[in-house]
Structures are given as C-alpha cells and as structure tokens.
Design a binder for this molecule. Structure first.
Ligand code: ADP
Ligand code: ADP
Ligand code: ZN
Ligand code: ZN
Length: 840
C-alpha cells in the first residue's frame, strides 16, 4: 500500500486542509465519497465558498491542467482556490444556481439532447410527402443554414412596427410630431418639409389625412428626393419651383417603418438603436409562422405532427405521442421505402427518448415544452433539467456539486429529487449538495454544518458527520431544525381589509382565471412546480396591476434582448378594489447591479450621505472638496489608473483573466489627497471596507445612517461590506438588500409587495427572520404576496391560494383558497397534506 500523505487519511474520503477562500477560517474537513453529503448553514456562512469556491474550483483546476491550452479557454474558469491541500478529490461536475444563459437559442430540448433524437427520428422515420427526398437530421435544426427558415433565419419571429407604435396619438398633426418614430431635431424637420413640398397638409390631425397618404408616409419603401424650402408653405413652395428659385437643399424621404428598421439594424449609436427599438415589436414570421424551420422540414410528420408542432408539446405529451412507435404498434412510415431497418431504428430512438423524458418527469419537469427557451426557466428548473440529463449519461466516479436543487420544487416532488440523487450515487458517484430544504437535510447521509453565522462571523465547520450527531452541536443554527416539528405553527390569521379582484387572467397556462386578493394580509401562493404560480404572481399580476395603476411596468431585466421577449402580454382586468391599492412593488432576486461599480452602499443610497459627511469635514471644506470629490465614479476624486474600480484586469494567456489590486491606489479607488480627508481617523476608502456591523458602530451618532444600517442588520446583512461589489452578492443577498431598502422608505399609502420564492438560498433560520420582516410590512397596513414552497411560511401566513391541480395544462386553476387551516383540509389539493401538520 502506498503511504498516506495526510496523517490519519482514510480511504473513501476527500481531505481538505487549510481552506481560506472568502470567509473560510483555515478550515480542515474530511468528506466521504460515494455518499450524499449536504452542506448546511445560514446564508453567507461559507457553504458555497467551501463546496464551489474550494472543492469544485480545485477539481476543475486539476482537470484543466490536463487539457490543451486551447480547450482551456472554452471553460468558464473559476479562480484558483486559497487552500493548502486537498486529497482524494474525484473529478467534479458543478450544477449551479444560474439562469439559463447564452444566446437565447438554447432550449429545453437542446440542453437535454432530446432535440437531437427527435431530429434523427424525423429524418429516418418521418412520414414524407410522396416524391420527397429524405432529409438529413440537420435539416430539422433551426440552428443550421440547411434547416432554418430562410426569412427569419430560425428566429421564428421578425421585428416589425405597427401603426399604433409609429403614430401613438392620431389626434396630432405631422407638425405636432404625430409620427413619433421619426427622428427628432433636424432630420425630423427635413422629413416634414419634404411632405410640405409634396403637398401633404402637415397641420391636419393625422387621423383626418387620406388613408393613402398615411399609408405612404409610414410604409413606403421608396426613397424619393424632393427640393426643400424650409419655412415655406405648399403654395409658396410651388411658386418657388415655378420661378426656378433654387431650394435650400434636396432632401431624401424615408418612410417611418423603413427608418425604424434601418436604424435598428445598422445604426452605430446604441442610443439611436434603443430609440428605434421603442417602435418595434416582435411578430411571428409570416413564412414559417413561428415554426423556425424551412418549408421542406415542416412537411415531414410523425403521428400527424411536424417537428415544430412536436417540440411545442410538453415533454410528457411527447412521450405519450411516441409510445406507439416505441412499442411497435405504430409503424414509422406508411410509405413503401421504409424498410425493416428503419423500423428498428425508429423503435430504438423512440424508446430512448421516452426513457429520457421519464427521468425528467420524475423530477417534476414533464410540463416543460421542448422548445421552451432556457432563458425563461427558473434557476431550479434549469438545474433539475441538467441533473436529469446527467442521470441518463451515467458517468462514474464523479463528484456532483449542486446548489440547492430543491429550489422551486413542491414538497410533493421532493422525494423524487431524492430518488434521482440516490440514483446518481448508486451508479458510483459522490454528491455534494448545498441545501436548505429540511426534507433533504434530514435524509442526508453526511452533514457539513458551516457557521455559526454569516461572513466574518462564520467560515468554520461546526460539524461534519452523520445527521444524528449534529443535534448536540451547541452553536449550530441547523440543529434546531433537524427534528420534524409536530407542533403547529399557524397563528390567528388576519382578516382582509378589502378585496382586490382580478378576472379574465390569461397568460401561459392561466386561462380566464379569476383571483381574489385579501388586502392587508400575508398571502402565499402554493402549487406544484409548473402549476402557474410565477405566471400569476410575478408575470400576470404585475403587468395587469401596473397597467391599471398607471405605473411603469416592472422591467424585465432577464430578457434585455428584444428578440427573446415573449410575444404578447398577459390579458385580464381589475374588477374591484383597485382604489385601495396605491402602489405595486416587486422584490426579486435579480442582481442590484451588473458591474463592480455598484455596491451595497451606492444601491441603498447610504453612500450619498456618507459622501456629504466627508465633504462637510474641516479639511474638505478648506480644500473646497464637494461630495462629488468622494465618488469613485467621478474623475474628480477617483484613481485615474483604475478609474475608481480599485482593481485592474490582468489578461493571462490561456488562463482566466484575473483582477489584481490597482498598482496606483492599491485597491483604495481614490486619489491620495482624497484619502487624506479623514473622519475619526478613517478615510472614505476605510468606510467602504467596513462591514455593515462595523459601520453601524462607527456612525452610531449619525441618525440618517444608523437607521438604514440597523435595517440592514435586522435583515441579516450585518456581515456584508459597504463596498461589496454587486457582482459578488448572491440572489438572496440582493433580495434582502432590496427588501431592507424598501422597509427604509416607509411608504405612505397601501403597497402590494410581490415576491417570487423569497426563501431561495435561505437557511430555515434566515427564513424565520425574513418572515418577521415581511410580517412587519403587513402590520404596517400593506399586503405581501409570495409564491412559495416552504410550508412553514405558508402556515404562518394569513391566506393561501393553492394553484393546480397539476403542472402545465393540468394546472393553471385555483384549487383552494382560504386560511392555512382551511386549505390544509381542502380536497384535491396536492399542498394540503404538507400544510396539515403545521396548522393544528
Ligand atoms: P453561503 O454559500 O453559505 O451563503 P458564501 O460562501 O456564498 O456563503 O459566502 C461566504 C462569505 O464570502 C460571505 O461573507 C460572502 O459575502 C463572501 N463572498 C462570497 N463570494 C465572494 C467573492 N466572490 N468575493 C469576496 N467575498 C465573497
Ligand atoms: P410555477 O411558478 O408554479 O412553477 P410557471 O408559472 O412557471 O409555474 O409555469 C406555468 C406554465 O406556464 C408551465 O406550463 C410553464 O411551462 C409555462 N410557462 C411559464 N413561463 C413560460 C414562458 N416564459 N414561456 C412559455 N411557457 C411558460
Ligand atoms: Zn420564419
Ligand atoms: Zn487605482
């Protein structure tokens, strides 16, 4: 036997020594391989820093050392972890919490490889019209030139304008800028003057102009040239032409639609393109009708459906449709040339497809359509999809590192997730899970509890071993939740002060749905994954209510790309109670900023006050420094080398670029003379380096700051540094910062707060604290509505709306609505059995 290099090393274990990534405090820990290992701890305690930042990062680093430099560049490389030694580490695959990213072309079908199989099936076993040549599998792909629709290039949609967009107000005249899409300033006047030459009445309301004229101005593709005489009316222009008076210039006319499309496609200026985009909307491609494929491919069918129609079905329906092909009751093709070999191939492919879909159904994903863009999936759906795909690919000897695979999953589906994980383990793999779900934590084979608290107050491994042993660990925040509680936690529900009623809601799987919202209460919307909670809570309600309230619709930062935005908007109306609602506020988990220049202090507005305080010091006044001098985003005071970023990017050949501290300001972001201004011995850079806790002590006597800092601390964010870049914050942290900022605003007038699964990424102890926060909003007279799977949250709320009964087309209805106590006893509700023990 080779000598063990670590004293006391056991086989079958991964040995970590001296892990110091982020907040980890020189951690030593041994983790079993071939087991379900769950990392627990409050948010910010260091679980991800250990599981992803250390273990996965090290596994990836070792793997990448073995591949060619060229291949290395194709990976999104993690930074090299700060750790002394790791032994016994198998190759790792990470399934992280991230939204499906990329080109917008990845779909459920493509990332699960189901699309490949379907293309093979259509190519080999499809029904071809008489006389048509068989097509290659690529001809059924929207991503290949051979397969894509020639008009929309596989997008399925084209960008175009509508009359309504071009002319939003038809009571205006052309001179009053009825054609809103036209450029402002000189070029707009030019177009107007051309129309005067042409004899169009530019002072007549748009709607009173002859239809033909309106049509031509908006939609002509001609670009005729006219002499322009600025300032003259039509009669004067005609006289001038008659008298051979030379025009000021010759102007070229461009129709409004042509102008918008041309600007959007070719303008170098991002501002111009953005302006043009306002007048565009996506419409289905007229050639392929949104089916994205070339006409030939669309003529090939299976079970009466072409491949576009097939991929539009939910996965479960695809499996049902293909079942007769797999069991041989349906012959692949009724044309004579389909031989025995084709039949065998078809049966094999169909069988494989059905088996792959079965795994995904088991993970509660059967309602997803194969053509659904991955960018529209929730992070939990995306991760389970990738998990399901891994299960079929049967790797061996790998450690899977997963981040909260339970997020977005209804308790009724939790045991299927556990089955799937155990299945991966049974084929010879190890599992490292960062999880908060109590069902999974209680069934772990090994728990690594990190903590006790967040940031600098965490970063230690409090316990590593089988779950039972954790119960007696004194500082553990997880221990109190290990045993299933048998005592009901539901309280006395509040009564509705008034009802907000919406009817006719139609969006995704919601069809003509009516919903009644008890104002002044805490409402939980429950239901299986795919039942329609998000469609209702974070899509339809915000769209309909913001419209009714005359409020700007909550912007959808996920789909910045116009091309990826859904066609259409939620339909429905507010039937009653609108006057009781003043405002709608959504608090989501999207980042508070996308660059390191935004941070906790800037987002919350704390930094404005801090800069003013520095500008008011004696030295700053003597030097005439204003608050702007203390901004790292303005040239006046920031370091010129890094332009206030504090770090500079160093490009390394074949390795990931790294950020290293700026050589000029050494990471302080400021010019030296700005740093000479101090407050009680601290410079502005020192303040940005303080945690919220530290700042709270430092600014204890500044009421404008201490209140806001106090709210952040109550939200469990005391460990964050004021200057912590937005890009380093987790989704849960971002959401709690938004919530704290919201609480700080002390809104007057009734506000409806909407949150979609706010407990994602939160430890049960964090959840308890979050709920106290949310309840305080309701105590202040507001309404809080959350889509949620955590039954402890639902039980402690005032009202439950349970969606279902199933997912996708089997869902979209309200199965039960009432107090937690009543819904827990409702017939036909999949949620009721899980709520029952908590409601007494
Ligand atoms: P958990 O997974 O338990 O929620 P994390 O490991 O994500 O905790 O975070 C542990 C600590 O490390 C927190 O204080 C967090 O703010 C900090 N942290 C996380 N990511 C980074 C990063 N990229 N750079 C610096 N600090 C980070
Ligand atoms: P839940 O929030 O309960 O998990 P969702 O509202 O996300 O449920 O989904 C309800 C139904 O609407 C599902 O059939 C889902 O596939 C469909 N759906 C949701 N979002 C989209 C979307 N962006 N594009 C197409 N279908 C969607
Ligand atoms: Zn097309
Ligand atoms: Zn610098």
């Amino acid at each position: 036997m080779p000598p063990a290099t670590t004293p006391g090393a056991q086989t079958g274990f991964v040995h970590v020594r001296g892990a110091r990534e982020h907040n980890l405090k020189d951690v030593d820990v041994d983790l079993p391989r071939d087991r379900l290992v769950v990392f627990t701890g409050v948010s910010g305690s260091g679980k991800s820093s250990l599981a992803f930042g250390t273990l996965y990062a090290e596994a990836q680093r070792r793997y990448l050392e073995s591949v060619s430099p060229y291949a290395r560049r194709l990976f999104r490389q993690m930074p090299v972890p700060d750790v002394t030694a790791i032994e016994g580490l198998p190759p790792a695959i990470a399934l992280q919490q991230q939204r499906g990213t990329g080109t917008g072309r990845s779909s459920v079908g493509s990332i699960t490889t189901l699309s490949n199989l379907l293309r093979m099936l259509y190519s080999r076993a499809g029904h071809y019209p008489a006389g048509m040549q068989r097509l290659e599998a690529e001809s059924f792909s929207t991503n290949t030139p051979a397969g894509a629709c020639p008009q929309c290039h596989g997008q399925g949609r084209i960008m175009d304008t509508t009359t309504q967009l071009l002319v939003p107000d038809d009571t205006l005249s052309i001179r009053q800028r009825a054609v809103a899409a036209w450029p402002t300033a000189w070029q707009g006047q030019n177009l107007r003057d051309i129309l005067i030459t042409k004899g169009v009445d530019v002072d007549c309301p748009w709607r009173d102009l002859p239809e033909k004229t309106r049509e031509w101005i908006l939609y002509t593709e001609e670009t005729p040239t006219f002499p322009v005489y600025p300032g003259l009316d039509h009669a004067a222009v005609q006289r001038a032409i008659h008298d051979h008076i030379p025009p000021a210039y010759n102007g070229t006319f461009t129709g409004a639609r042509r102008y918008v499309l041309h600007t959007f496609a070719t303008s170098q200026s991002a501002n111009m393109r953005r302006r043009a985009e306002r007048f565009l909307t996506a419409t289905p491609c007229p050639t392929c009708h949104g089916q994205r494929l070339n006409p030939d491919a669309l003529r090939v069918t299976l079970a009466g459906l072409n491949i576009a129609q097939m991929t539009r079905l939910p996965l479960s329906a695809i499996a049902r449709t293909l079942a007769p092909l797999a069991d041989g009751t349906l012959q692949p093709d009724d044309t004579p040339q389909a031989g025995e070999a084709t039949a065998i191939a078809a049966r094999r492919i169909a069988t494989d497809l059905i088996a792959r879909i079965a795994v995904l159904e088991h993970l509660g994903l059967g309602y997803l359509q194969a053509d659904r863009a991955v960018t529209t999936l929730s992070p939990g759906e995306y991760q389970r999809l990738r998990l399901g795909t891994q299960i079929r690919s049967s790797l061996f000897g790998v450690v899977y590192v997963l981040d909260e695979p339970s997020s977005g999953l209804h308790p009724a589906d939790a045991h299927n997730l556990l089955d799937a994980l155990m299945g991966l383990k049974a084929t010879g793999n190890s599992l490292f899970l960062v999880e908060h779900n109590l069902y999974l934590i209680r069934r772990a084979e090994w728990i690594v509890d990190v903590g006790p608290d967040a940031g600098t107050h965490g970063g230690e491994v409090l316990y590593s071993g089988p779950p039972a042993g954790l119960r007696t660990v004194p500082n553990s925040r997880t221990a109190p939740y290990l045993t299933e509680s048998t005592t009901p936690i539901a309280g006395t529900p509040r009564k509705a002060r008034q009802w907000l009623k919406l009817t006719g809601i139609t969006w995704n799987n919601l069809h003509d749905l009516a919903v009644e919202i008890p104002l002044g209460t805490f409402i939980t919307v429950t239901g299986l994954s795919g039942s329609g909670k998000s469609s209702l809570v974070s899509q339809a309600l915000p769209a309909l209510l913001s419209r009714a309230l005359g409020q700007k619709p909550p912007e959808d930062t996920d789909t910045e790309n116009l091309e990826d935005r859904p066609i259409g908007t939620p339909q429905g109306q507010v039937a009653a109670g609108l006057s009781a609602v003043k405002r709608l506020v959504m608090i989501d988990q999207k980042p508070i900023g996308r660059t390191p220049r935004s941070n906790l202090a800037t987002y919350t507005g704390l930094f404005d006050t801090i800069r003013q305080i520095y500008a008011a010091t004696d030295l700053a006044r003597a030097r005439h420094y204003d608050a702007g001098r203390f901004s790292f985003n303005l040239p006046k005071g920031r370091c010129p080398t890094c332009e206030g970023a504090g770090s500079v990017m160093v490009e390394l050949l074949f390795l990931p670029s790294v950020y290293s501290p700026c050589p000029t300001c050494h990471g302080t972001r400021y010019q030296p003379d700005v740093l000479e201004v101090t407050l009680r011995g601290k410079s502005i850079a020192d303040v940005l380096d303080m945690t919220v806790d530290e700042a709270s002590t430092f600014f204890a006597d500044t009421p404008a700051l201490s209140a806001a800092l106090g709210t952040l601390r109550q939200g469990g964010l005391g460990y964050l540094r004021l200057g912590q870049p937005a890009t380093e914050l987790s989704g849960g942290e971002a959401q709690r910062i938004k919530l704290a900022t919201e609480l700080q605003k002390q809104r007057r007038g009734h506000t409806l707060y909407i949150l979609d699964e706010p407990t994602t990424g939160l430890h049960p102890a964090d959840v308890d604290r979050l709920q106290i926060h949310l309840q305080s909003l309701v105590d202040a007279g507001h309404t809080v509505m959350v889509a949620e799977h955590d039954m402890r949250v639902a039980a402690r709320g005032d009202w439950v709306i349970d969606m279902g009964p199933g997912a996708g087309d089997d869902g979209g209805r309200i199965v039960a609505a009432g107090t937690p106590h009543d819904v827990a006893r409702a017939q036909g509700s999949r949620t009721a059995p899980f709520l029952l023990p908590l409601t007494g």
